[in-house]
Design a protein around this ligand. Structure first.
Ligand code: N7H
Length: 455
């Protein structure tokens, strides 16, 4: 096992900072003057949090779109060494098809990341509280204004709810792989009794991956190891229509059973997610939430031996599509091995106020700043989105996509396998809308210094 160069890896690759720093803000920037931008970058690099910094009150990280690298003077010979998806960006026709960004989700409707409001640089700020966040944000914004080299396209506040639940009401952040060589495995084992440790190369470039390969590094003239200790970051701003979700669940539960009450609604919603609101997995607790007022981060389960038919956790449930574990093929070992090559680490946070009245449209926007990291956008994030989330025939299902975040068509359906017969629900509306997005590269610290050099 190669030892990781933690001081060269940005801290965000290794940590979401969620426990110590619940407050966050993302600044999306556009380069307006290359020379001035590089000077500004030079001034903030010393503030960037690395994998060895043990900060408790504030962390800062940075990532770049391909457009930024091109404006900094990277040639096409340099760019070709990066992932094709990164080079292209998220909104080309090919990428839209892969992502399912059509209809209401088409990039023309986005508030950032499209042709009208393109972005080049992402600054990620995390703080212990709102006061510290505001202080640091104000100072950074002043520096940006003064620099004359970058401007703020969008400033996105985000946070972590005290109970770690996302807006539909479910505990989030449970199903995460750990990175070999970081000590994360031991920590996760203590917390959840289970850890899926993956080779570091799945999330940090320059190390062996799950294919026992070290992928060629992005290389630029004068810096053949530019990509080392870097990673790709996927950002999607996803609005959640909470009232639409819960009204659909309520009406559908009553259609299935005229006597349906709140417990039946919660069960139907849990069937769509694959976990109860507490986080407890349906594969282990099929009948009722074992911790209705608490949390359950259990992750030590598969589907093959216990629930291959989907009678407990439906085959098309969100967590079963996005991580089919051992149930993808008849051979559980092969399935597990294959699935390990398509994992992502989610580092997103919620935005907007939580609503207590989930049935009423209060016309406030809320959602998830979905952020994930991976070394190979095509094999990890895009694969998950295209081949699992949006695949109409995932695991031999017929004309269904992910019930929460899948691309819709007029017949959108979701099957709940059961005995003696399955239940099929119909006409699922859009529970989410994409509001913005982009692919970024998060360089290692040495590569950041390369960026500010004149080219
Ligand atoms: Fe999902 N949700 O609140 O319902 N997700 N997700 N996700 N998701 C998960 O395990 C949610 C989205 C994954 O290892 C849970 O942390 C919402 C996209 C993966 O068992 C819940 C949105 C993609 C997992 C949600 C959203 C994924 C996962 C269960 C958008 C990838 C881990 C808690 C607004 C393309 C699966 C947990 C595993 C879990 C929700 C989006 C992927 C509750 C609201 C776009 C890999």
């Amino acid at each position: 096992m190669a030892s990781l160069n933690f001081s060269d890896i940005q801290g965000f690759v290794l940590s979401s900072y969620a426990t110590k720093m619940p407050c966050a803000n993302y600044l999306l920037l556009k380069v307006t003057d290359v020379k001035a931008c590089k000077a500004w970058l030079g001034s903030i690099i010393p503030q960037i949090t690395t994998g060895t910094d043990r900060k408790n009150d504030f962390s800062l990280n940075i990532a770049f779109c391909a457009t930024a690298f091109r404006s900094f003077g990277f040639t096409e010979a340099d760019m070709i060494s990066f992932s094709a998806a990164f080079q292209e960006g998220m909104i080309t026709e090919t990428r839209r098809q892969i992502m399912g960004d059509t209809g209401n989700n088409k990039p023309d409707n986005w508030t950032w990341g499209n042709d009208k409001r393109g972005v080049d640089i992402l600054l990620l700020l995390f703080a212990i509280d709102e006061t510290e966040l505001k202080k640091k944000l104000t100072a950074l914004e002043a520096g940006i204004l003064e620099s004359g080299g970058v401007e703020v396209v969008q400033s996105l506040p985000a946070g972590r709810q005290p109970d770690s639940k996302e807006h539909f009401g479910f505990l989030d952040g449970i199903g995460q792989p750990t990175i070999e060589g970081t000590g994360q495995k031991e920590r996760q084992l203590t917390r959840t009794g289970h850890a899926t440790e993956l080779k570091a190369g799945e999330f940090v470039l320059g190390y062996e991956n799950e294919m026992q390969k070290i992928d060629p590094l992005p290389a630029i003239a004068g810096a053949p190891e530019f990509g080392k200790n870097g990673t790709y970051l996927v950002f999607r701003q996803i609005e959640q229509h909470v009232h639409r979700f819960w009204n659909y669940v309520k009406e559908t539960a009553i259609t299935i059973n005229a006597q349906a009450g709140v417990a039946d609604q919660d069960k139907l919603a849990a069937k769509m997610v694959g976990r109860w609101k507490s986080g407890a997995p349906l594969a282990e607790y099929p009948d009722a939430d074992p911790a209705p007022t608490g949390t359950n981060e259990e992750n030590n389960f598969g589907f093959a031996a216990n629930d291959q038919s989907g009678a407990k956790c439906p085959i098309g449930a969100h967590i079963r599509r996005t991580n089919p574990r051992d149930s993808l093929f008849d051979d559980p070992k092969m399935s597990t091995l294959t699935v390990r090559r398509h994992r992502i680490i989610r580092r997103g946070r919620s935005y907007g106020h939580r609503t207590e009245d989930v049935y009423t449209d209060d016309r406030e926007e809320r959602g998830l700043h979905f952020i994930c990291i991976n070394s190979n956008i095509e094999r990890q994030f895009e694969f998950t989105q295209q081949t699992w989330v949006n695949n109409l025939n995932f695991a031999a299902l017929d004309h269904e996509t992910d019930p929460l975040v899948g691309q819709r068509d007029p017949n959108s359906m979701f099957s709940i396998q059961g005995c003696p017969a399955r239940t099929r629900i119909h006409n699922l509306p859009d529970f989410v809308t994409i509001k913005g997005g982009a692919y970024f590269f998060m360089p290692g610290m040495a590569a950041l210094l390369e960026l500010v050099k004149e080219r």
